[in-house]
Design a binder for this molecule. Structure first.
Ligand code: RUQ
Ligand code: CUA
Length: 666
């Protein structure tokens, strides 16, 4: 990408040289009624939820469209001090992997669950690129409820993309690597013999959304970049863009850019699933974590899985084919009808559009050009619908408006190009500021796009916002695509770095929101369902504080008898049963983040006091007029001391109503 980036920069420089200091039209490109089109009056809701990948920050960010207002940072693959995700005892297991606890990752792509090739608003799937994992977010609670690690993979880039009824979430490895059950301790230049490219098929439970790694395919040692499922007529197939067909293991910017064509790989996933059912494939022994969130205990569990069924190229003989695709394709997109498959060769000067019908015919006619590592290669012309000529430079990704048009991002020439899928004519081009990567139309990769808007997620921000030192805000741009010509409406900054995004109409998920958790349904083992039940229990050097929070106090709020060397667990249950009344919890010197506890929920903060003294604790969320009074003390005595373990709320000595109670010792 380096040379690409340089090319991109020089393109900007060239424009700049022609027009003076600033690229022409950076401000004037916005037409007069733009402000009105993005104005969402105070108290009014946006039309769309826009879920945007957080890239190297590992989270998913939720914006409203058309306003571009940030609604939420949704923690997925990185710890989040705002609400204690990855810090509280309950959420720590979500970030367990076969490599241990991993507090961050790199999040690139998102997929909304679909029914009949239409987004259905149930779940959002997200990939972790570095340590390969797929997460499922429940859109009723906007919580990460499941994370599944992927074995035999590295660089989970071609992920997560799903079939039209969310039967499978599919992920392709970016890095070819030796299989987990093979010796990975081999010379790097044995790449061609030892390295494999693995595709993962994660089965989804249609009721619960639960993920299970159903099977993998051990494909040739190529790099998978992106993918999309077929839909409707092509619904049984999955398409993956592949680069590095040269199998280079060093200086890929040169060595993986040799071949004139790489490939789109077409996989019949229905057949693959049937093969597995019929007992094909070998069991590979490996380790991968499966982490699930239980809404009744408000806690996550991590289990280590031990094996996976893997199909070979030989098993897939009749169900896996290559289509040549110029040159180092990045995006791999399928139009809403399922007939056209678009490969965006980032080094190609054209965009090839393949026809599903032609591909099927070529397979039936055995119209092959040869084999690539045992996979039949269909003749380029035999599968080709046609090429978009002179679309721009550096095509990366394509989305669709459902009206027969495609929109492709051009990284090098910094523009979005609209073209007609059938006759392949370019219809419009609009500049982006600058170097657009992904782009997104609400529902734009489904069988039924909502059209109306297009958002460009740009790689280079330059002069778009007030500068913030060398590290600038990331940049997105909103276009109106309802007319013949695209119109730039708005710039809005995003968390870095945005890759893919998804969007859908607000009411599809707003109507299903959980407002609070019923306290009666709370099955957390340390839940405290009323103040009378609050207590402090010592088990050796572990002290469990069963604490409640309600406007505007904790129970108990005075604790004595904690000793240096103790491990103290504050299990705080929020007793509120009202919408939007979280409480926070923090104690001086705690190495974790604070907690943020939703109504009806129990969260646990682990605290190891290091020295004797008085430790204030307080609520960190401004919950009522007396929020500032929501505070208390914990007294810590030296190790081995015999300060009695006592706790209280509103203790006045000899107050029979609220006595100072003695802690239990087990
Ligand atoms: S990528 S800018 Cu990680 Cu999706 Cu294409
Ligand atoms: Cu509870 Cu502030």
């Amino acid at each position: 990408m380096k040379s690409l980036k340089l090319l991109g920069l020089s393109a900007i420089v060239a424009v700049t040289a022609l027009t003076g200091c600033k690229p022409k039209g950076t401000e004037t490109a916005v037409s007069g009624d733009a402000a009105q089109k993005v104005y969402v009056a105070p108290g009014k809701y946006d039309e769309f939820y826009n879920f945007v990948s957080g890239g190297f920050n590992g989270q998913v960010n939720v914006y409203g469209l058309p306003s571009g207002r940030l609604l939420k940072v949704l923690p997925v693959f990185s710890v989040n001090p705002e609400n204690g995700y990855g810090y509280s005892e309950e959420t720590k297991p979500m970030l367990e992997t076969s490599h241990g606890f991993i507090p961050w990752d790199d999040q690139h792509h998102l997929s909304l669950s679909q029914t009949n090739a239409e987004v259905d608003g149930r779940w959002l799937f997200a990939n972790a690129n570095n340590t390969p994992r797929v997460a499922r977010i429940d859109l009723k609670t906007f919580k990460t409820v499941e994370i599944l690690e992927l074995p035999n993979s590295a660089g989970n880039h071609s992920s997560p993309f799903l079939t039209e009824n969310t039967e499978y979430v599919v992920a392709g490895t970016r890095f070819a690597v030796p299989m987990d059950d093979a010796n990975g301790d081999v010379p790097i230049d044995s790449f061609k013999e030892n390295f494999k490219g693995v595709l993962s098929f994660i089965g989804i439970d249609q009721q619960t959304g639960g993920m299970d790694l159903s099977f993998q395919i051990e494909a040739p040692g190529i790099n998978f970049d992106l993918s999309h499922a077929g839909k409707k007529k092509s619904g049984d197939w999955f398409f993956f863009s592949c680069y590095n067909s040269e199998k280079a293991n060093t200086l890929l910017e040169v060595n993986a850019s040799q071949n004139d064509k790489d490939f789109i790989m077409a996989v019949n996933w229905k057949k693959a699933a049937e093969l597995v059912k019929a007992g094909k494939g070998r069991k590979v022994v490996t380790e991968y974590a499966h982490n699930t969130w239980d809404e009744s205990t408000h806690s996550a569990t991590s289990t280590m899985k031990k094996e996976v069924v893997v199909l070979s190229v030989e098993d897939m003989k009749e169900a896996m084919f290559m289509i040549p695709c110029p040159k180092s394709p990045h995006g791999c997109d399928v139009d809403p009808t399922g007939e056209y498959i678009i490969g965006s060769g980032k080094l190609a000067a054209l965009i090839p559009v393949f026809s599903f019908d032609k591909m099927i015919k070529a397979i039936a006619d055995k119209n092959f050009a040869g084999e690539y590592d045992g996979v039949q290669v269909i003749k380029y012309e035999a599968a080709l619908h046609g090429e978009v000529q002179k679309p721009g430079l550096g095509p990366l990704h394509t989305e669709f408006d459902g009206k027969g048009n495609a929109y492709t991002s051009m990284f090098v020439s910094s523009e979005v190009v609209k073209w007609n899928i059938k006759d392949l004519k370019v219809l419009d081009r609009q500049p982006t500021f600058y170097s657009v990567g992904h782009l997104m139309i609400p529902g734009g990769d489904s069988g039924k796009p909502f059209g109306k808007y297009l958002v460009a997620y740009n790689k280079i921000t330059k002069d778009r916002y007030l500068p913030t030192g060398p590290e600038l805000a990331q940049s997105a741009q909103l276009y109106d695509i309802s007319g013949d010509k695209m119109k730039l409406l708005l710039d809005f900054p995003t968390f870095g770095e945005p890759h893919y995004a998804q969007a859908l109409p607000g009411d599809m998920i707003s109507k299903n929101q959980v407002k609070f958790f019923k306290i009666a349904d709370n099955k957390h083992p340390y839940a405290t369902k009323g103040e009378a039940e609050s207590k402090v229990v010592r088990e050796g050097n572990k002290v469990h504080v069963y604490m409640t929070s309600i406007r505007s106090h904790f129970a108990p709020d005075n604790i004595e008898g904690i000793r240096v060397g103790d491990e103290v667990y504050f299990h705080v249950t929020n007793l509120e049963q009202d919408w939007d009344v979280p409480h926070g919890f923090a104690i001086k010197g705690n190495e974790n983040a604070e907690l943020l506890i939703m109504p009806g929920e129990t969260c646990t903060l682990k605290w190891i006091p290091k020295k004797p003294g008085m430790y204030p604790m307080y609520c960190t969320d401004f919950c009522s007029a007396l929020h500032q009074e929501m505070q208390g003390y914990v007294r810590v005595s030296p190790a081995g001391s015999n300060t009695p373990l006592i706790y209280s709320l509103n203790n006045k000595k000899d107050n029979a109503q609220s006595p100072v109670k003695e802690g239990e010792t087990k």
